[in-house]
Ligand binder design. Structure first.
Ligand SMILES: NC(=O)c1ccc[n+]([C@@H]2O[C@H](COP(=O)([O-])OP(=O)(O)OC[C@H]3O[C@@H](n4cnc5c(N)ncnc54)[C@H](OP(=O)(O)O)[C@@H]3O)[C@@H](O)[C@H]2O)c1
Length: 345
């Protein structure tokens, strides 16, 4: 089978045709890879080797394809079903930059006609991370209009990022203040208000205080770049009567300076499909719970795939163009996706 192989940390992505087609375990499915989304984590794993469980490795985790074989105990999927989501990261046999890969039944989304193949490849990483941050991290309920007070704000730092765009907070009935570049469009982000993260921190905090009037106790840093902004916003401008304030971040590699009264949650999507600690088990249990609800929200159009740009032609080798296009982005662009194979036939 063809795939894009990485030999070692810091190595080059290379097209090969020598990979073995994986075999699904009892609760797994084998997926024909049709469209792959590109994420920052691919470059991160290439450069640092973090999350990679064995070398050489094929990467790629935002999946969209067709089920071609089901494990003996699989109930949710049948051969021919559309499937999408986030595969296990850095684990041989599971990654999307190859012709066929494995997914765990309980951690995969079933695709309906409501979503295109390309749109499906924009969803898994972003939505699951946003739910870890907002639902597990800032302790809101994944339920439409579940906010106790519809005038309560949630701050999403990096609202135009792949993860930030999926701020389901709005769907849950909160007002969303997003930070982004001045060029990012507030309407397309679904935010009620935006603040530029390019202005000095003190000015950002003053804007946040003015817009929210202190009516917030939750902040999600989707960008992984804005811990200081988020922690300061909660401590200095958040609701003074809140017993606990919640800060969640996608940055789980740089320590965060603690602040009294602020609980910190670090997203760890990289634990998807893994085991070995209580935290990992909890992360996977949380995601298994989110997926059926999210499938329904996407099918009903309450949540929508991200805008995307298809890079290159069709074929596994096109991933190399997709990775180049992703690395050349300057911010605010659409999600980069690559067609790995023509439609399932
Ligand atoms: N720990 C986890 O589980 C996990 C999971 C997924 C992703 N991540 C990490 O989360 C980060 C974001 O991922 P992504 O896929 O959303 O990336 P992305 O689509 O490339 O978005 C990055 C965006 O961050 C925004 N940004 C940069 N600096 C900022 C700042 N100081 N304040 C606010 N926003 C800022 C920029 O917005 P503008 O375009 O408006 O300039 C940029 O578009 C990456 O570092 C990724 O590795 C972690």
């Amino acid at each position: 089978m063809k795939g894009i192989l990485l030999e070692k940390v810091g190595g080059e992505f290379t097209l090969v045709d020598t990979l073995e087609k994986p075999k699904p375990g009892p609760t797994q499915v084998l997926v024909k890879s049709l469209v792959a989304g590109i994420n920052p984590v691919e470059g991160f794993m290439q450069m640092t080797g973090m999350l990679v469980t064995a070398w050489p490795i094929v990467l790629g985790c935002d999946a969209s394809g067709t089920v071609v074989e089901v494990g003996s105990s699989v109930k949710k999927f049948s051969e021919g079903d559309g499937i999408y989501g986030c595969t296990r990261l850095g684990t041989p046999g599971y990654c999307t930059f190859q012709e066929y890969f494995l997914m765990d039944e309980n951690l995969a989304f079933k695709k309906s006609e409501a979503i295109s193949l390309e749109g499906a490849a924009t969803i898994g990483v972003g939505i699951l991370t946003a739910c870890l941050g907002l639902i597990s991290g800032t302790k809101i309920k994944l339920e439409q209009n579940s906010a106790a007070d519809s005038n309560e704000w949630i701050i999403v730092l990096g609202g135009s990022a792949g993860v930030g765009q999926y701020a389901v907070a709005k769907l849950c009935g909160y007002k969303v203040l997003a930070t982004c570049s001045p060029s990012s469009d507030k309407a397309s982000l679904g935010a009620d208000a935006t603040v530029s993260y390019k202005i000095p921190l003190a000015e950002q905090l003053a804007e946040i205080a003015k817009i929210t009037k202190g009516k917030f106790s939750r902040c999600f840093d989707a960008s992984a770049m804005a811990a200081e902004t988020g922690m300061d916003a909660l401590a200095q401008c958040g609701d003074p009567d809140a017993q606990v304030k919640h800060f969640a971040s996608t940055n789980d590699w740089v320590p965060i300076e603690p602040k009294e009264g602020v609980e910190v949650y670090l997203c760890s999507l990289g634990q998807i499909g893994r085991s070995g600690s209580e935290h990992t088990a909890q992360v996977n249990q949380d995601m298994e719970g989110f997926i059926p609800v999210l499938e329904r929200y996407f099918d009903e159009g309450l949540l929508k795939p991200m805008e995307y740009e298809v890079v290159g032609d069709v074929g596994v080798g096109e991933v190399l163009k997709g990775l180049d296009a992703f690395n050349a982005r300057k911010g605010g662009e659409k999600k980069v996706v690559v067609r790995i194979a023509p439609d399932s036939a």
